[in-house]
Each structure stands twice: as structure tokens, then as C-alpha cells.
Design a protein around this ligand. Structure first.
Ligand code: FES
Ligand code: FE2
Length: 372
């Protein structure tokens, strides 16, 4: 049983997230864009290998600069194509020299064929996924090998910015967890005072009751624009600088994306965080941020790294416990966003299965209360 199914099955109040039960599948969401690597990881004719949703990938860039992603497996006998030679357009398999066009995956040559052969080379394709670059990341549209690539696919997600000049940075870190734990960890409001105790952020004693309004958005939910926590020094500072109120909006959208906008007068901060499944026991957080707040990149990275490391250490410890299949709980209200996530996921799969519209787990705006 996948982690999602396990948690959903053990839920106390049995909301619609029980539908998340999915038998032996890995609990991945297909037909979405996922960030795969930094653009800088594929330069020149060097190939890079990686994995997304348990699919081994070989990445490269054609001589005219277009990134591509192929399944790292030759359709002839399965040897990784990454052992082959890339000439800036075609990738030649190291075993029998079949050549594939990097951008389409189409076979363009089978050296062993003679004039007697009738085999239609151009009908053979290596596994191949659409690729786009945004904000210095290569994104790959992952669709199941058994399925078909839809005729139109949306654009890859990108970070929203609010002025021409800004600073930006990115961080990543691996979590030894199933994607579902990575995501509910990301949206979990109650761990802050315990995991993220820092002199610059907050102490355990600053814990207090909060009420946050959430609203449904397509494929996700939004923490409605609000003034952020007054127990955090950086927000107090921001308010002092602009004299204008600080508002924060946080969205979560399937399959894996959290965006946050903080605005105060002309100053802004924007971030995009994704949790991407690599294997069922491994996911990766990619964090991308941009801002025009007077904050040096080095200082910001120091803080952000501290935060990420605290989350990572916690998830490593959690993974120790999860090895033994413990019973788990989701409680109201602090775990309600996690419940919505499981329900959104289940409802999306259900709507894809039946072809009917997707039902949203939220009826409308709702206020959640918790202490953090
Ligand atoms: S295995 Fe790739 S060409 Fe034969
Ligand atoms: Fe955290």
C-alpha cells in the first residue's frame, strides 16, 4: 500500500481521502510537469542521467540549445542510452548503434539493416518526454509509458516576479521519503515551533493560536491573503521598512507545488517550492526564490539552508520510524491541509478514470485554527 493509502486508510474521520487507496501503485501523479535538473547540468554535448517517478532519464541539449529528456533505456535491448554517443542532434546507442533523434526520440538509423530489410525505422521511438526550461530549471512532462501524450499540454510552471530588477536563488535537498510525506511535511503548520526554532525566526515559547482562512483553487487550495505571523522578526522588519501592511498568500497546487507571495508596498518576495518524486522512497525538494527586499543573497541562503536542513533532518528521522509501518494519524485542524492534499489527489485520479469533472474536497472558504 502506498503511503497515501496507508495514511488515508488510518484516518480517524474517514473523509473522501479514503479513496486514495490505490493498491500496489507507487502513488505518483502522472501527466504533470516536474523539475528535473538545473539548466546548467546539461551544457555542451554532455549527457546527464537522473530519475523521476521511477523512470530513468537521460538528459541532453542539442547543438541549437534545446533540452531533451529520453527514457534512459534503448528500445532495442534496454541498455541505458546514456552510455551512447551524442552528436549534438542524435544519440547513438552503444550496443548496436541505433540512432535516435534527441528531441523526438524517433529512430533515424539502424546500422545492421540491409537493402533487403523492410523494417520501418522511423516507426521506432525511444521513450521520450516533453522538456521546457523555466527560471534556470529543466522541467519534464511525465506521462505514463502505457498512455499517450495529450495533444496539448500546459506550459511548465514558473516563478512569479513583481518588478524588473530582483535577486534570486535556488536550493535543493533530498528527502528519504515517499512524495506524500514530503508534501504533507511541506504544508504542515504545526512543526514550526519545534523543528524551526532559531534565534532569527522564533522560539518554542512564541507558540500561539492562529486562525487562517483557506479557499479552494483549481487543483489545490490557497491560504487567503493575510498578514503573516507577528512572532517572526523578518516580517516585523519588513513592515518597518515600507510602513505598509505585509500580506502573504500561499498556494498549494497538485501535483507538488507550493508558491508563496509576500508583499509590502513596493517590496516583494516570491517563492516556488516543489517536491518531486524520484523513487517511492526518495523525493527532492527544489526551492526557488526571488525578491526585491533589501536582503543579500548570501544571508538569505544561510537562513533558507538552515530551514531546509531542519526539515531534512526531521524527515530522515521520520523515515527511520516509517520503516516499521506504524499507524499514523491526521488531526483537525492542523492536518486538514494534508487531508485536502490526499483528497485532491484521489479526486483527480477518480476524475481521470471516469472522465467526469473533478470534485473539489472543499465546499468554499474555511477557517482553520491551530497553535504554532
Ligand atoms: S540495445 Fe541499443 S541498439 Fe541494440
Ligand atoms: Fe519545515
Amino acid at each position: 500500500m502506498s503511503e497515501a493509502a496507508k495514511i488515508a486508510a488510518q484516518e480517524s474521520d474517514g473523509e473522501s481521502s479514503q479513496k486514495a487507496e490505490r493498491g500496489a501503485d507507487a502513488g505518483f501523479l502522472w501527466d504533470f510537469w516536474y523539475p528535473v535538473a538545473r539548466s546548467s547540468a546539461i551544457q555542451g554535448r554532455r549527457l546527464a542521467t537522473t530519475m523521476l517517478l521511477e523512470v530513468p532519464l537521460v538528459l541532453g541539449r542539442t547543438d541549437d540549445g534545446k533540452p531533451f529528456a529520453m527514457r534512459d533505456s534503448c528500445p532495442h535491448r534496454g541498455i541505458p542510452l546514456s552510455y551512447g554517443r551524442f552528436d549534438g542532434k542524435n544519440l547513438e546507442c552503444s550496443y548496436h548503434g541505433w540512432k535516435f533523434d534527441g528531441c523526438s526520440g524517433q529512430c533515424v538509423e539502424i546500422p545492421s539493416l540491409t537493402s533487403q530489410d523492410k523494417l520501418k525505422v522511423e516507426r521506432i521511438f525511444a521513450g521520450h518526454y516533453p522538456c521546457e526550461e523555466q527560471n534556470g530549471y529543466v522541467w519534464v512532462y511525465m506521462y505514463p509509458q502505457t498512455g499517450r501524450l495529450p495533444e496539448t499540454i500546459p506550459e511548465a510552471p514558473r516563478l512569479i516576479t513583481f518588478s524588473a530588477k530582483y535577486k534570486s536563488t535556488h536550493l535543493e535537498c533530498d528527502l528519504p521519503s515517499h512524495i506524500d510525506h514530503g508534501i504533507i511535511g511541506l504544508m504542515d503548520p504545526a512543526h514550526g515551533p519545534f523543528v524551526h526554532q532559531s534565534w532569527f525566526w522564533r522560539s518554542k515559547t512564541s507558540i500561539h493560536e492562529k486562525a487562517k482562512q483557506f479557499e479552494p483553487i483549481p487543483n489545490g487550495f490557497r491560504m487567503s491573503p493575510h498578514s503573516p505571523s507577528t512572532n517572526s522578526a523578518p516580517y516585523r522588519l519588513l513592515r518597518k521598512m515600507t510602513g505598509a501592511p505585509v500580506t502573504t498568500t500561499i498556494d498549494f497546487v497538485l501535483p507538488n507545488m507550493r508558491t508563496e507571495e509576500i508583499r509590502s508596498g513596493r517590496l516583494w518576495f516570491s517563492s516556488l517550492t516543489t517536491v518531486t518524486p524520484v523513487r517511492r522512497d526518495l523525493c527532492r525538494i527544489d526551492f526557488l526564490a526571488a525578491w526585491n527586499v533589501p536582503l543579500p543573497v548570501r544571508i538569505f541562503r544561510l537562513f533558507a539552508k538552515t530551514f531546509l536542513r531542519q526539515d531534512q533532518e526531521t524527515m530522515i528521522q521520520q523515515a527511520q520510524g516509517l520503516q516499521y509501518n506504524p499507524r499514523l494519524m491526521l488531526i483537525d485542524d492542523a492536518d486538514r491541509p494534508a487531508k485536502w492534499y490526499f483528497a485532491l489527489k484521489a479526486n483527480l485520479l477518480e476524475s481521470r478514470r471516469t472522465g467526469a469533472g473533478m470534485t473539489h474536497p472543499m465546499d468554499g472558504p474555511v477557517t482553520l485554527h491551530w497553535r504554532s
